[in-house]
Design a protein around this ligand. Sequence first.
Ligand code: IMP
Ligand code: MG
Length: 182
Amino acid sequence: MSSDWRVRVLFDEATIARRNDEIAKEIAAWQPQDLLVVAILKGSFMFAADLIRAMHRAGMAPQVEFMHLSSYRAATVSSGQVAILRDVDSGVADRDVLLVDDILESGRTIAFAKDLLAARGARVRSCCLLEKPGKRAVNIKADYVGFECPDYFVVGYGMDVAHSYRQLPFIGVVEKDETAPD
Ligand code: IMP
Ligand code: MG
């Protein structure tokens, strides 16, 4: 990685942690039965890990599963197609399911997952850490949203650009560091 790029922080660790506890309380108020959390890989892995611990603190005991969907390849624009790279192992019929994703942008990923699990008989709600307003290609709203995200390509806290930056504990924007020597 070149050293003349830096990540400008948009949402820091403490802000994300506080919001996770608030979202967990909102989810607890739903009073779901036999809840299954389905985290959509890869981008949501860090958020989901923190959110389910916040849900535990809020008195919940969800089961947890993973579904690997892909709409972005290496580029920063959506291909418009959603592919299932890995499906859930558990049956979802007649269960309350909470889909967890990193960003709601075009809405195609969440709409695809919601339709798939609903067709198997689940009662599905969705939770996205970030929502980019004005970018929806399909008419869908997340039931629980962490933050409204400015219209930048963001990285960190599980989110990548070309497989990098997932490890950052905060969310930010990659920018050229104009102070770096050439
Ligand atoms: P949607 O299907 O267009 O709503 O896109 C959602 C998916 O696109 C997310 O799960 C992310 O993986 C990816 N995505 C969209 N915007 C960003 C971004 O700013 N940074 C990183 N990934 C993004
Ligand atoms: Mg994703």
